[in-house]
Design a protein around this ligand. Structure first.
Ligand code: GLY
Length: 254
């Protein structure tokens, strides 16, 4: 069960966030703030408290707080984002983590690792080797996890930005899978809930204490998750999608 979450308010500069889909246009800032507030409300409905960090205009992507840390039951690991415009974000997360963790570890240069590439399945952490997370980052991450009795499994990525862009574990052996992850050997032991054609963005849902939060506007995915027996909440993330952001990117959950 999760008891805590950390989020960061989107900054005005969110309009300049990194994007692979400029054709979707720039985020509408006021709308992004409203969607972020609704996201916080959805998290609270699942029984967690929410620490809201202030907007940081120096970093357009700083609302995607998931990428700067990995929160386990025993320690927090401050990452080292592979996107150069994001590396400095790590200086602004430690104080918040210190309120909850006595053990804080770090990924060191030349390693890079972003939390969006990390998927926790019990005591195993799957890590995407991506454009943002490199071999050295994974080596360091695996060594840290080993110290705490956790396992690390590397997953090479070819199509997506982050591992959790395309695959997400929703507990009870159930995994939302899309695209390149449908046939991955390492995920075959889980029940696959296939993301329907045309809804790839909705693979990025989050399990929160029994409820699955699903992005609004993806009816096939919503139905598949409900048919698997989960209560759901939906949150509109249209403005974050424009800069490659999804539901998981917007919080740290622990
Ligand atoms: N715009 C989100 C990211 O690229 O990290």
């Amino acid at each position: 069960m999760f008891t805590h979450t950390i989020v960061r308010t989107p900054c005005k500069n969110v309009l300049n966030g990194i994007t692979s889909a400029p054709e979707l246009g720039k985020p509408d800032y006021e709308k992004a703030l409203r969607q972020h507030a609704a996201y916080i409300e959805a998290l609270k409905k699942t029984g967690v408290d929410v620490t809201v960090l202030p907007a940081n205009d120096d970093y357009p992507d700083s609302c995607f707080v998931e990428d700067v840390a990995v929160c386990t039951k025993k320690c927090a690991i401050i990452t080292r984002p592979g996107a150069v415009t994001r590396t400095g974000e790590i200086a602004f997360i430690e104080d918040a983590l210190r309120k909850f963790y006595t053990s804080i570890e770090r990924i060191q240069e030349p390693g890079t690792l972003e939390g969006g590439d990390v998927m926790m399945v019990g005591d195993t952490f799957y890590v995407g080797r991506s454009a943002r997370t490199n071999e050295e980052g994974i080596r360091q991450f695996a060594a840290i996890l080993e110290k705490y009795g956790y396992a690390c499994v590397e997953v090479p990525l070819t199509e997506v930005l982050h591992l959790k862009t395309g695959v997400n574990y929703i507990e009870n052996d159930n995994m939302l899978v899309s695209g390149e992850f449908v046939d991955k050997e390492c995920f075959k032991k889980y029940n696959h809930i296939l993301i329907p054609e045309g809804e790839a963005y909705a693979a990025n849902c989050i399990w929160m204490n029994g409820t699955v939060i699903v992005p609004e506007g993806y009816p096939g995915t919503l139905k598949a998750i409900q048919d698997a027996g989960y209560p759901t909440l939906t949150v509109d993330t249209s403005e974050f999608r424009k800069i490659d952001g999804g539901l998981s990117c917007l919080s740290l959950r622990f």
